[in-house]
Design a protein around this ligand. Structure first.
Ligand code: 15L
Length: 272
């Protein structure tokens, strides 16, 4: 029975996966800076600060595979992103190497490529176009994962997560929604598939309006069950409550692109 470590156990995704993973991975070790308030008596938890390598090594001890959901999950001040997502992510891969962990699944994000326009269908092999300091940290994590895969033989899967949740929240999320059970499928591929060396996949359900070519995930056996269009009316009703955002509505990364934007607005109408 593999021992799986999940970082970020107290965060949004971690909280949901704490319920979905135990039947598949009964030996699940949870970690975060602080224990989740509702930690069950049968859940195993060890606290760790990701920016402290010794603490990260301690949680990797005896672990076979890691689901790395820890770190900052939205745009933030540079120093917060630096500590949690740059230093913290490096520490995670380095601790995994030192402790002989075999596999890491890294929670990357659509914001690593958020500055691609929505009309542009992209695969996982495009140049990163981060839309935020947070997006830069996710591109860094993918690059670090590639280094540890190529140089040290760690089996690494980066999931560029769209928007995780029970239903798509607005028009943009109809293209990038990820149903929790579909994320579990992708985690299992990363932790178990025999062909993994270094992979990047999109964390998206079976969404008709997707902007992403996710064929590699399907080649690895991914069969998502979520369909964003089933929630179309809800998403449009929620969208109607939002203010127009000329930058965010044009690019894949949405509001992350519009935030602090002082670039060339004339490119927004350009289609090539
Ligand atoms: C993300 O990467 C964030 O973690 C999440 O909070 C959402 O903003 C999501 O992307 C999104 O793009 O909707």
């Amino acid at each position: 029975m593999p021992r799986i470590l999940m970082t970020g156990a107290a965060g949004g995704i971690g909280t949901s996966l704490r319920k979905l993973l135990p039947p598949i991975y009964p030996d699940l070790l949870l970690s975060d800076i602080k224990a989740p308030a509702d930690l069950g008596a049968n859940e195993k938890f060890k606290a760790a600060e990701l920016s402290d390598l010794a603490q990260v090594e301690a949680i990797c001890d005896g672990v076979d595979g890691i689901l790395h959901f820890g770190g900052y999950s939205v745009e933030g001040r540079w120093d917060d992103i630096l500590q949690s997502n740059i230093i913290g992510c490096y520490n995670l891969f380095e601790a995994a190497r030192r402790k002989g962990v075999k596999r890491v699944v890294f929670a990357s994000s659509n914001h690593a490529v958020g500055f691609y326009p929505r009309y542009h269908r992209i695969g996982t092999d495009v140049t990163p176009r981060p839309d935020s300091r947070y997006g830069v940290s996710k591109a860094f994590g993918e690059a670090t994962g590639a280094l540890y895969a190529d140089k040290h033989g760690l089996k690494v899967t980066c999931i560029r997560i769209g928007n995780f949740g029970d239903k798509p929240l607005d028009h943009r999320r109809l293209s990038i929604w990820l149903k929790p059970e579909d994320l579990v499928q992708l985690c299992r591929i990363g932790l178990e598939h025999p062909d993994i060396r270094f992979e990047i996949v999109y964390g998206a359900s079976d969404n008709e309006r997707s902007w992403w070519d996710n064929h590699r995930a399907y080649d690895l056996g991914y069969r998502p069950t979520g369909k964003a269009e089933d929630f179309r009316e809800h998403a449009f009703a929620e969208q109607a409550k939002l203010k127009a955002d000329p930058v965010g509505d044009f690019y894949q990364g949405g509001t992350f692109c519009g935030m602090e934007f002082s670039g060339d607005g004339s490119r927004i109408v350009e289609k090539k």
